[in-house]
Design a protein around this ligand. Structure first.
Ligand SMILES: [Zn+2]
Length: 427
């Protein structure tokens, strides 16, 4: 008889073992007080760093936490969530001393079923059947436009994923599929990645496509400098060095009186190539008083360029020249204090500051040959079908659970069901 009682006692111990309970932190309770009540040595606090001390101080009254106690009611472990992802763990180590640590919360994610027959109104029936108000919100979004004509006696069944901690709701659920049965007609609503309901296994997405239509192609000379209005002309010499600027009055170093300088002087040695600053026609090449040997080029737009103090000519009157073409060689002819190039630019015979229209260094590749096509862009719309991930898998899963008679998962039923809590749930 004694043996039987002893045997029963052993079985009871091994069956019940530790008990996990959900608790609420008492208002006004200090962490040290909690430790003392549970016979945890305050030595545990010595190991805490500043951040951990702060975390401990942030535990608030009413906060949910979990205790594991042995069958004699002594604390074995305590799990106190401190954020949506972390929790304090107080547990005995191998040498039977309590230790403090902060560890990640071990969420569980599972797929649950809801199977609701409408008795009053769809949303209140779903909320009271599942005790998961976030689930109702997600279903409202997913079923927008799908519930026309739904009435009492109709059925809504759905699959969803839900994160939980030790059987308690955590974060919003994710709806996978919904089956609506009204007057014996079945309809599936598949849920896309954004939580919207679709009546197909595919999600149709419209794209706008810009389609260029290539017309006839022509070869055209394209002005590389057309981007700059002001920088209309090129420099007349390579590596230009300006020695004297345009002015309406300056002291003349040779003639020793003040007179305007209708041009820009570039310091160049004798014999340096002088290039046309732009496309045009040579209208003059000869001797012109103080300017010495001069070349004049007429450009479009009323522009005329004048190159003075030249040593020799290369272009002749009437020549059509391009920007960068060598038209003469620099020198020291006319009234000049040394070899240099004087460049004058005139608009309708009035001098302007050359530097107001010169920008780029002269180069024969100011113009390039480019292929130009008449391009017309047209907008077209195309629809692409994107499969909804796991749609048919969830449909099978929902049907098989419904066939097996699975009942709506009710999240309120867990609240007081200590038997469902397991130490394994926490870490
Ligand atoms: Zn000059």
């Amino acid at each position: 008889m004694t043996r039987i009682i002893l045997l029963l006692f052993l079985i009871a111990t091994s069956i019940f073992g530790n008990v996990v309970t959900k608790q609420k932190w008492k208002h006004g309770q200090k962490f040290t007080n909690y430790l003392q009540i549970n016979n945890v040595s305050l030595d545990l606090l010595k190991s805490l760093d500043e951040l951990e001390k702060q975390v401990v101080g942030d535990i608030r009254g009413g906060q949910v936490f979990y205790e594991v106690k042995d069958d004699s009611g002594k604390l074995v472990k305590s799990y106190i969530p401190i954020s949506s992802t972390l929790q304090i763990k107080i547990a005995k180590n191998r040498t039977n001393e309590f230790r403090f640590s902060i560890i990640p919360i071990n969420f569980k994610e599972d797929i649950y079923i809801g199977n609701i027959t409408i008795k009053n109104s769809i949303w209140s029936d779903i909320t009271s059947g599942t005790h998961n108000s976030n689930l109702t919100k997600k279903l409202q979004k997913a079923l927008e436009g799908f519930l026309a004509g739904i009435s009492k006696g109709d059925n809504i069944a759905f699959l969803y994923s839900q994160k939980s901690l030790a059987g308690f709701l955590s974060e919003s659920p994710e709806i996978h599929i919904v089956k609506i049965t009204k007057s014996n007609k079945e309809m599936f609503v598949y849920i896309d990645e954004e939580g919207n309901g679709r009546n197909e296994l595919f999600e149709s997405v419209s794209y706008v496509i810009d389609k260029p239509i290539i017309g006839k192609q022509t070869t055209k000379k394209v002005d590389m400098r057309s981007d700059a209005k002001v920088e209309k002309f090129a420099y007349p010499v390579r590596n230009p060095r300006i020695t004297s600027h345009f002015s309406y009055g300056r002291y003349h170093p040779v003639l020793h009186y003040v007179r305007p300088h209708f041009g820009t002087d570039f310091g160049v040695k004798r014999g340096n190539p002088v290039m046309a600053i732009g496309d045009g026609v040579v209208i003059s090449a000869g001797y012109d008083g103080g300017y010495g040997k001069v070349v004049k080029v007429q450009h479009s737009g009323g522009y005329m360029s004048l190159y003075a103090h030249l040593d020799g000519f290369r272009a002749n009157v009437g020549d059509r020249v391009g920007s960068g073409d060598v038209i003469a060689y620099s020198g020291n002819t006319g009234t000049s204090s040394g070899p240099h190039l004087h460049l004058g630019i005139y608009v309708n015979n009035s001098p302007i500051d050359p530097m107001s229209v010169i920008g780029k260094e002269s180069s024969p590749v100011d113009f390039i040959l480019d292929r130009v096509a008449d391009v017309v862009s047209t907008k077209t719309y195309e629809t692409k079908k994107i499969p909804i991930v796991n749609a048919s898998k969830y449909r099978e899963m929902l049907n098989s659970r419904l066939n097996s008679g699975a009942q709506t998962y009710d999240w309120s039923s867990d609240d007081d069901t200590k038997a469902k809590l397991s130490e394994d749930d926490f870490e």
